[in-house]
Design a protein around this ligand. Structure first.
Ligand code: ADP
Ligand code: MG
Ligand code: ZN
Length: 616
């Protein structure tokens, strides 16, 4: 917060404090009309029967009394009427005995009930506070005032200076091409408006986390050289009621003032969730914000030269209203980078890091299928940390390898106690995967096998593809299922017991088999038909909504076929493992002793070379 904003708030607080003090002062003045006499003194008068006349207001506790022999009546404010009456009971009962000739004059009246003033204090305080807060809220939404704060905080700085260039975004050529049109429009809006072309108001970037959506949005701003107003959907979540909506209003106001400009709403799913969804209500705030967003988007025309870019990885939960024409009708999927893209991304992030000559980024790109840009950045950073920790001047292949595994499975858990039995199970399990992979022509080369615990995994068999082939053959899929089952088969064959550790393998094998049948038409029995419209963009989270366009009977057939594929793969796998039982023992023993083996040693071991004396 800037000092100026601070001063604004302090002024308000000062005014508030002063007015509270005034109110309190007035109220206490009203009730303070007693003389300087104190309560004990008064009671003493009564106890000594000095009082000849008194009049008590039961409501306010105002006491008017006259002392014997005095002319003047005096006033006193009794703090508590009940206690006073009790304290003076003796006086009343015995007065006539003591002074039988004099008649006690006592009046109990209720002229004024001033206690309401006291009960009014909290009400007044609340009202004052309420007005105070309301005033603040109005200020925020009203905009323009120099005292604006809270909701409008940072609005001045909302022109985000963290822009990028397209050069910094590697590998996303298609995405960049689509965004180039937007850049050109922001650079030369007249060119488009003069010819009557309608430019999209909203662009929605869809993709898994870390694929560079935020980076792309910043790059559009950087390329177009126009102001970039960014806000994250999650920012809205913690705001006061009503602030989110006014914030959106301000955002659009500012953007229009600085047009041509870009508004970027990151993680829009936080506000753009389907209205009326969510349990137990209480989402009014978010809905207000969303409604305001829709109103604003409808409110500006293409000629305003403001483009709204939003990013999300959950398109499925977005309110459909957001995707209607005239809103975010342009959608760009930012996907996982392919092998060439990964190499380019690695190149960008290796730019400022000294690499040893043995490091080949192309090879790393091959090993890192499924990595996002953020993962790759993280990978190089981890490698650099490792190199630094070992006082190396440059990053070696070994550092990268270690870092890759770290990024995939979390850091090694050397400290965790693993029982001998667990180690043995893991060793045979991983050996099973590795030996199966080695004996399957379509499967990737084994790159490393380890039984060191990492994250959730007890062990790991890493294979390295020779190419990033997008086209997978039927045989390749079948063999990948065999490879996945290798772990379980090995456990069963050599340890005559099976463990839960293979459940993930089996799940993946089953999924592969199912898509062979329903998606790729690889099943002879069911033919070349796609069953169900399976959304390919699994990351968008639509996993609950498979629309089924086939009957129960076909469903049963599919299940049957999937089971057949798995069973066939299982027996094939068993054959491989049993034929290689000698090598299985050798490899498992090697792993138990050394914990890991690299690709070259594994190869030699499989060829029957004796790389180490076998320990039993
Ligand atoms: P998202 O918003 O999709 O979650 P980010 O844009 O925040 O992803 O990406 C996080 C970081 O990962 C970026 O700051 C950048 O350093 C790196 N990164 C992601 N994608 C790429 C890419 N295509 N090229 C270069 N770096 C990338
Ligand atoms: Mg992001
Ligand atoms: Zn496994």
């Amino acid at each position: 917060m800037t000092p100026r904003k601070n001063r604004g708030i302090f002024t308000y607080i000062l005014i508030l404090l002063i007015s509270l003090f005034c109110i309190y002062f007035v109220i206490s003045k009203l009730s303070d009309n007693s003389a300087k006499t104190d309560y004990t003194q008064i009671i003493n008068y009564f106890d000594d029967y000095k009082v000849s006349y008194y009049e008590l207001d039961l409501g306010s506790g105002e006491l008017i009394y006259q002392l014997r022999g005095e002319e003047k009546k005096q006033k006193f404010n009794v703090p508590n009427v009940d206690i006073f009456l009790k304290d003076t009971e003796n006086y009343r009962t015995e007065y006539n005995e003591k002074y039988p000739k004099e008649k006690l004059v006592q009046n109990y009246i209720k002229i004024t009930d001033r206690t309401w003033l006291y009960s009014l204090i909290p009400v007044l305080l609340t009202v004052v506070l309420g007005v105070f807060i309301l005033y603040f809220m109005m200020k925020q939404s009203g905009g323009g005032s120099k005292y604006s704060s809270f909701g409008k905080a940072n609005l001045k700085n909302q022109i985000d200076t963290r822009t990028a260039t397209f050069k910094q975004v590697a590998g996303a050529d298609e995405e960049k091409r689509e965004l180039e049109e937007i850049v050109d429009f922001l650079k030369h809006p007249r060119k488009y408006t003069d010819i009557g072309a309608k430019i999209p108001k909203g662009v929605l970037l869809l993709g898994p986390p870390g694929t560079g959506k935020t980076l792309l949005a910043r790059a559009v701003a950087g390329e177009a050289g126009c102001p970039f107003f960014s806000i994250s959907g999650s920012d809205f979540v913690e705001m006061f009621v009503g602030v989110g909506a006014s914030r959106v209003r301000d955002l659009f106001e500012q953007a229009k003032k600085h047009a041509p400009s870009i508004i970027f709403i990151d993680e829009i799913d936080a506000v753009g969730r389907h209205r009326g969804a969510g349990l137990g209500g209480g989402h009014d705030e978010r809905e207000q914000t969303l409604n305001q967003l829709l109103v604003e988007m409808d409110g500006f025309s293409g000629s305003d030269s403001v483009i709204v870019i939003a990013a999300t990885n959950r398109r499925d939960i977005l309110d459909p209203a957001l995707l209607r024409p005239g809103r975010f009708d342009r959608q760009i999927v930012v996907g996982y980078p392919d092998v060439k893209g990964r190499e380019d991304i690695l190149m960008v992030h290796a730019n400022n890091k000294p690499l040893a000559p043995d490091v080949d980024l192309r090879v790393i790109a091959k090993t890192t299928q499924g990595f996002t840009g953020a993962d790759l950045e993280n990978l190089l950073n981890e490698a650099a940390l490792l190199a630094a920790r070992n006082n190396r001047m440059s990053i070696t292949e070994k550092d990268i390898e270690e870092a890759t595994i770290k990024v995939i499975a979390g850091p090694e858990k050397k400290s965790r106690i693993v029982t001998e039995r667990d180690r043995k199970v893991t060793a045979y399990h991983e050996a099973g995967h590795a030996v199966a992979a080695y004996n399957l022509p379509t499967q990737d080369k084994v790159h490393q096998v380890t039984i060191i615990q990492r994250g959730m995994a007890a062990g790991l068999t890493i294979t390295r593809p020779d190419s990033d082939d997008m086209h997978v053959s039927r045989n390749q899929m079948r063999e990948s299922i065999i490879m996945l089952l290798g772990g379980r088969v090995a456990e069963e064959t050599f340890l005559d017991d099976i463990c839960t550790g293979a459940s993930n393998d089996i799940e993946r094998a089953t999924n592969t088999a199912r898509s062979m049948v329903t998606k790729y038409g690889f099943s002879n029995k069911l033919g070349t038909v796609v069953y169900g419209s399976d959304n390919d963009e699994v990351f968008l989270g639509k996993d609950y909504g498979h629309t089924r366009n086939y009957s129960e009977a076909v469903a049963a057939q599919i299940d049957e076929e999937v089971k057949n594929i798995i069973e066939k793969a299982y027996s094939d796998c068993k054959a491989i493992i049993q034929a290689n039982s000698e090598k299985m023992h050798t490899l498992a023993n090697y792993l138990l002793k050394y914990e890991k083996i690299d690709g070259a040693d594994f190869e030699r071991l499989m060829k029957g070379e004796n790389i180490e004396p076998v320990v039993n």
